[in-house]
Write a protein that binds this ligand. Structure first.
Ligand SMILES: Nc1ncnc2c1ncn2[C@@H]1O[C@H](COP(=O)(O)OP(=O)(O)OP(=O)(O)O)[C@@H](O)[C@H]1O
Ligand SMILES: [Mg+2]
Length: 214
C-alpha cells in the first residue's frame, strides 16, 4: 500500500487523520483514516467534483451519498455503512464509511471458494439486491471490485459498495442512462440500449459473478 505525501499529515475538518492510501478508484482515492473523536478507523472516499454543482456537490455525487444514507438506515449487513460526508473548499467531496480492506477480486486471487462459501456468498449478494429493490435502488456497476469482503468472526461476508453509478427508480417507465455497468457484467438490455431497463440488470451482473466463483 502506498502512502500519500499530500495526505500524510493531513487532518480533515479537525476530525479525520489520513493514514494511507488504500486504493485509487476512477472517481478518486480511498484513504484509510482515523476518526479522532471516536478513535475508530474509517475509509474516506475523496472525489473531485466537477460540473453541475449544487452547493459543492454534483447531482450524481449527491445521489451516491443519499443512496448510501438511505441504505445505511437499515443498518444492513449487506451494504457498506456510511458515517459522514464532507464537502471541502477545494471541491472535494469526502464520503466517510466503514473500512473493509479487501474486495472480492482480491479474495478470488488468494483462494478458490468452497461450494459452501459460494452458496453463502451468493445468498449474501441476493440479500443485498433484495435490500436495494426494497429501497428502489439500481446499483448499475456490480462487479467483484465493488464488492467488499467483511470479516465477521473469521467468516467472510460480502458487502456491496461503490454507489457511484446507482440511482433511484420508480415503477413508472423512465428513460435511463446507457453508460452503465462494466463490460463483462453488462446485461443484454444495456448492450442493445433498451431505454427502460430495471432491476434485472443487477441480477444479470450477479449471475456473471456466480459463474465466475462457482
Ligand atoms: N469502505 C472501504 N474500505 C476499504 N476499501 C474500500 C472501501 N471502499 C472502496 N474501497 C476500495 O477502493 C476501491 C475503489 O472504490 P470505489 O469502487 O468506491 O471507487 P471508484 O472511484 O468508484 O472506483 P471505480 O470507478 O474504479 O470502480 C474498491 O475496489 C475497494 O478496493
Ligand atoms: Mg468501484
Amino acid at each position: 500500500m502506498q502512502s500519500s505525501p499530500e495526505c500524510e499529515s493531513n487532518q480533515i475538518e479537525g476530525r479525520y487523520k489520513t493514514v494511507r492510501l488504500l486504493a485509487q478508484g476512477q472517481q478518486g482515492q480511498i484513504y484509510l483514516a482515523k476518526d479522532i473523536e471516536t478513535n475508530q478507523m474509517v475509509a474516506m472516499k475523496q472525489i473531485l467534483v466537477y460540473d453541475d454543482i449544487v452547493q459543492g456537490m454534483t447531482s450524481s455525487n449527491m445521489r451516491e451519498v443519499s443512496i448510501m444514507r438511505r441504505l445505511s438506515q437499515d443498518t444492513s449487513q449487506y451494504v457498506v455503512q456510511i458515517y459522514d460526508q464532507l464537502v471541502q473548499e477545494n471541491m472535494q467531496l469526502i464520503i466517510v464509511m466503514e473500512v473493509i480492506e479487501q474486495n472480492l477480486t482480491e479474495l478470488l486471487q488468494k483462494k478458490t471458494l468452497s461450494s459452501a462459501e459460494v452458496r453463502r456468498h451468493v445468498r449474501q449478494l441476493l440479500q443485498a439486491l433484495l435490500l436495494l429493490s426494497q429501497h428502489s435502488v439500481l446499483h448499475r456497476d456490480i462487479k467483484p471490485d465493488n464488492i467488499l469482503v467483511r470479516k465477521v468472526r473469521n467468516e467472510e461476508q460480502l458487502v456491496l459498495a461503490d454507489f457511484g453509478l446507482a440511482r433511484f427508480v420508480s415503477y413508472l417507465p423512465q428513460d435511463m442512462t446507457q453508460e452503465v455497468q462494466t463490460l463483462f457484467y453488462r446485461a443484454p438490455e444495456v448492450f442493445v440500449r433498451i431505454e427502460k431497463y430495471s432491476f434485472a440488470i443487477d441480477m444479470w451482473s450477479l449471475g456473471c459473478i456466480f459463474a465466475e466463483i462457482v
